[in-house]
Design a protein around this ligand. Structure first.
Ligand code: NDP
Ligand code: MG
Length: 382
């Protein structure tokens, strides 16, 4: 089990659950970061006494500095402050920032030679080739926090040769709109999109789950994490969220990981790996579920899954571009400026207009992200 930990995005849904786990096991906190919610961060500073904190919003950072002056904790600011926290020497950096804003922290943690537990899937989607190259060069194995990827990782324990893997089976809850047709999705509201049946998560990923873009992003995330081609990654809708994902091997044996839907299990496994420890999560009682169901996704109503696969297969900047378009469209939907069904339109449009460039640097990735956001705003006349 890790003894010291930095959490990027500690004020969010994953960040707060990670602190729960750290608290239970007495893990020392090196640094914590947030974007702007300084009240939550102040409480965390007082409870966990980190060496430093960073607030991405410069003005809020100044406010926090005054609020916690009595603690002597160093307060950094801006995205530079966040990456500085990621670079501070520690055993493990858990990156739970949402969106491409997390890419800098992922890269900084790896370059500093820190271990990395990754919840921020957008880092791998947009910057997969860079992130995995740096990890390889530094000899660091990225530990997945995303529940499906943790399930695959756990199912692969003992598999020494990737050739023995036939396919990865990623499960999806289907979100709040499973069973609805494309037409019925036209008029769904933000409130409906935000009421996920099984998981309580941040707003962006909850909307991504409703469009099933989340599952598309997870295909790309899995392809980079496990070095598997996207055509060997299947998606199965499993409404109960009990089987968190599985691996089918060449002998057609399937190994999966089951548990109640609580992110503290995968968060904790990334911190205890390769060991296991008691967790604050309740036991799984299989008899509570009369039936476990498995169905094919409706690719017509939820086309984002296919767009993500296509973007990954195209390579280069395509995944960064569709990720940027989705982030922008997701944000526009949450602020009431576009309809739910405009989100897949934005992703499809991004796939059509995406610039072709194969040999790309990290700054190309950031440029593609900002171009994709502009393209999306233009698409809706904003
Ligand atoms: P939340 O929105 O709850 O939290 C996001 C965190 O990131 C907050 O601490 C927020 O700070 C910080 N943040 C936001 N924008 C910036 C920025 N520009 N710069 C620096 N920090 C920023 O998100 P979740 O915890 O739900 O998700 C985090 C990541 O984990 C996502 O990539 C998501 O896909 C992934 N994930 C989440 C799961 C879940 O159950 N929630 C499950 C699997 C994966 P502030 O609070 O100040 O706004
Ligand atoms: Mg997931």
């Amino acid at each position: 089990m890790v003894k010291e930990l930095t959490i990027l995005g500690s004020t969010g849904s994953i960040g707060r659950q990670a602190l729960d786990v750290a608290d239970m096991h007495g893990i020392r906190i090196t640094a914590l970061t947030s974007n702007s919610r300084i009240d939550i961060l102040e409480n965390q500073v007082r409870q966990f006494s980190p060496e430093a904190v960073a607030v991405a919003d410069e003005k809020k950072a100044k406010e926090l500095k005054i609020k916690i002056a009595d603690t002597g904790v160093k307060v950094l600011s801006g995205s530079g402050g966040v990456t500085e926290c990621a670079s501070m020497k520690t055993q493990c950096v858990l990156n739970s920032i949402v969106g491409i804003a997390g890419l800098g922290g992922t890269v900084a943690a790896l370059e500093a030679g820190n271990g990395l537990a990754l919840a921020n899937k957008e880092s791998l989607v947009a910057g997969g080739s860079h992130v995995t190259r740096i990890a390889r060069e530094k000899g660091i194995s990225i530990l997945p926090v995303d529940s499906e990827h943790s399930a695959v990782f756990q199912s692969l324990a003992g598999c020494k040769d990737k050739k023995q893997i036939k396919k990865l089976i990623l499960t999806a809850s289907g979100g709040p709109f499973f069973g609805k047709t494309k037409k019925e999705l036209e008029n769904v509201t933000l409130e409906q999109a935000l009421s996920h049946p099984n998981w309580a998560m941040g707003a962006k990923i909850t909307v991504d789950s409703a469009t099933m873009m989340n599952k598309g992003l997870e295909i790309i995330e899995a392809a980079w994490l496990f070095g598997i081609k996207s055509d060997k990654i299947d998606v199965v809708v499993h409404r109960q969220s009990v089987l968190h994902s599985a691996v089918q091997f060449v002998d057609n044996s399937v190994i999966g990981q089951l548990g109640v839907a609580d992110m503290r299990i995968p968060i904790q496994y990334a911190l205890t790996y390769p060991d296991r420890a008691e967790s604050p999560v309740r036991e799984l009682d299989l008899t509570e579920y009369m039936t476990l169901t498995f169905e094919k996704p409706d690719y017509d109503a939820f086309p984002c899954i296919s767009y993500c696969k296509q973007a990954f297969e195209r390579g280069g900047l395509a995944p960064a571009f569709i990720n940027g378009a989705n982030e922008k469209a997701n944000e526009l939907f949450r602020s009431g400026k576009i309809k739910f069904t405009d989100i897949p339109k934005a992703v499809e449009n991004a796939l059509t207009v995406c610039p072709v460039k194969n040999d790309c640097s990290l700054s190309d990735v950031y440029e593609a992200d900002s171009l994709a956001r502009q393209t999306t705003e233009k698409l809706f006349g904003l």
